[in-house]
Design a protein around this ligand. Sequence first.
Ligand code: SF4
Ligand code: SF4
Length: 384
Amino acid sequence: MSKINANFATEIKEFGGVNFNACYNCGTCTAVCSLSTEENSFPREMIRYSILGIEDDIQSSLKPWLCYYCGECSESCPRQANPGELMMSLRRYLTSKYDWTGLAHKLYTSKVWEFGTIFFLAAVILVLFIFFHGPMTTELTSEGGVQLNTFAPWKMIEIGDWIMAGLLSFFLISNIFNMYLKIIRSNKNLKIPFKLYFTEFWKLIVHFASQWQFSKCDQLETKKKVNFSTYWIVHLLLMSSYSLMLIMIVVFLGWFQTDNIYEWWHPQRLLGYYATFGLTVGIIYFSIARFKKKQEKSKHSHITDWTFLVLLFLTTISGILVHFFRIYGLPFSTYYMYVFHLMVLFPMLMIEVPFSKWSHLAYRPIAIYFYNLIEAAKKSKKKT
Ligand code: SF4
Ligand code: SF4
């Protein structure tokens, strides 16, 4: 028997749920949602569970992750119950429930924790630089650039990067395991043949790389001349730039953080420009969308949506400035901006990747993987 949490409706408001109690169960949202099938009702089932506070069923559900927030349900709702925004807030809620440390819950529900953690992690970087930085030199390289590696040797930074990557992976993977326990292992009636874990795995890679689920939710947006494919392309551009930057600073730092100044067409510069371009376009596009509030999915912003965009903006702009200060031979500007860059980058990665906004890039493809596993297991059961 499922447990009832009488305070659930109040709690979910902290994660951004607005007005879903106004729902009178008319079913319009289910009729317009392109994900709905005879067996699966989107998003009405989640609305009912949320109003009734049936937490266990919400925590073991994949539905919030399968929704890509096209907003059709919210636009069609006669009661302005914002079912699309409820699905978004359930994703935040689930992120906090998968996280065994409890930090995701605190970051989503308390501004003091959110900003306190950012400032604390930034202060850690500042203190490390105060005690361990190398000499600042005004002597330029033969190409006229700044000697950044004298001040911040890449080998030293790389050690920090690997420690950070280890922590990020540990938290994210353990939270994904928790997700697995809640969704797959908690279902006693479900037996998944072992080989399916491998045969369905390729779809996980495809969905992570393409974010293809977006394409299922485009009818109404297209009718209203909001170009949904633009959203998908910008999202993909942002996601690929973010991932590329993470790989370059963790795996290829010695190649990326060099004192040499290469020609503009060198792969090191081209990859850096791609990542900078993708991040800049993504930040501008999503910030404008959130300011304008024209699209359903951008009408309601949780504080963590803005924190992510601001941290990403500061990281990108400081990274661009470090690049130009370095190649135009401005030593002190380069050194101070580099410290500031890491003071923003470190909290952004530590908070966003395992505990907040970025984690949905991992949870969503994993959820699609679990969904495919469950469907394949049901089919193989029918055959036997
Ligand atoms: S359309 Fe609105 S009122 Fe009708 S079931 Fe959906 S959320 Fe409830
Ligand atoms: S936002 Fe789109 S995909 Fe999500 S529940 Fe509503 S109609 Fe369905």
